[in-house]
Design a binder for this molecule. Sequence first.
Ligand SMILES: Cc1cc2nc3c(=O)[nH]c(=O)nc-3n(C[C@H](O)[C@H](O)[C@H](O)COP(=O)(O)OP(=O)(O)OC[C@H]3O[C@@H](n4cnc5c(N)ncnc54)[C@H](O)[C@@H]3O)c2cc1C
Length: 460
Amino acid sequence: MVKIPRTPAREQAPRLRAANFDEVCLGYSPDEAMREATRCIQCKNPRCIGACPVGLGIPQFIHAVREGTFAEAARIIALDSSLPSVCGRVCPQETQCEGDCILGVKGEPVSIGKLERFVGDWAADNLSATTAPKAAPNGRRVAVVGSGPAGLACAADLAKLGYGVKIFEALHRPGGVLEYGIPEFRLPKERVVRREIEAVRRLGVEIEANVVIGRTITIDGLLSAEGFSAVFVGSGAGLPKFMGIPGENLNGVFSANEFLTRANLMRAYDSAYDTPIRAGRRVAVVGGGNVAMDAARTALRLGAEVSIVYRRSEAELPARREEVHHAREEGVDFRLLTNPVAVLGSADGWVSGLRCLRMALGEPDADGRRSPVEVPGSEHDLPIDVLIMALGTSPNPLIAATTPGLEANRRGCLVATPDGATSRPAVFAGGDAVTGAATVILAMGAGRTAAAAIHASLTA
Ligand SMILES: Cc1cc2nc3c(=O)[nH]c(=O)nc-3n(C[C@H](O)[C@H](O)[C@H](O)COP(=O)(O)OP(=O)(O)OC[C@H]3O[C@@H](n4cnc5c(N)ncnc54)[C@H](O)[C@@H]3O)c2cc1C
């Protein structure tokens, strides 16, 4: 059998894209998708399905792509996922479906993510209505707190089961991190996120924006005065962490969440909008995850020279390889084995520098990662005018604080069983609100599991 090489997806050239917010990856054409689909050997026991947190029928949809029956591929995907164009773009496929593809043992796995993206985009361009089957209304109502992937997935499944579902969202636009966090150049808002949210709306899901549950109305209010039979909490983990070093309160220090929200949700990069953002000439981003890469690449596109400051080495960078590669190609400088100890300021209260120490790798820590240790006498200053902290996030304490009996752990995460039941009857939770910052697909999986558990509890 002749081995067909993996079909590369076209991308904008690094120099061009470093100066615009258009999507970096251009995806597959129908011919490219069909060609890539022929690489799938249709395993009898496909490991890729087990490696997908929502159990997508991967070989089945790829078979349909191979045959050129794209509507059928979309129908198969819609059985398990309401966000294929999103997941095809941002899922860490290399550690999930593609990581378990048998072709990857001796060569390159099937490009499952790019095929999913192709089908999602094709369906949005060519199919007027959702292809997912939907039960008749059952007369019961469920409230969903938060419109990120967990809330959207839970709402979509409940709507398909015949529930009246209403999502309450604190921000003025639905989508959670998909809308306010992940930048336009990785996940286009109008063309992808909003279209997939529209597909959820078409299932009958109502979305009310600008409602902060715990302030505007409580969870108990939803269950009593508003008459919902159950509530799903998918409120994410939007509370940023800081290092606790001197100078972090200076002007020009942002959390990555704030910086990205201004750029994405408030479109600060677009001169048609008047959201203030200090783009900076020299920007340091502290952290090594996907969020750090997004913040760095956003600052670069706003015209800054950008350095990533990370205390471990390249091998420990938690960001996806693809994101690190793209950031480097675009000109982001990586200062690895470097740890900030103080933010320096000018007389007028603005950031002027970052004092750092060089690090060396010592013994492995509890996670098995080698712990960084300071190199004596290695103190040095980086001149900067904007500092972005991308050190992780935790759930906002508001909902736990305003819902008597709703248990949260020491990290502020809501305590829930694997199927999403919390310490309060009729209150379920999932996604980053339970796990802490994780991934889109895990949040979707949690939303779907909780939807099934809510259905079971309301029909028992
Ligand atoms: C910059 C960035 C880049 C990322 N990149 C990737 C990636 O490439 N791949 C990947 O898989 N994952 C990525 N992630 C992680 C991923 O986006 C999250 O794990 C996922 O969005 C979690 O989904 P969620 O629905 O639990 O929460 P969220 O997406 O955070 O949504 C929660 C929603 O609840 C709303 N909310 C909060 N409190 C209330 C309240 N009291 N009342 C009403 N509404 C409320 C919030 O406004 C928000 O809209 C990234 C995260 C960030 C921040």
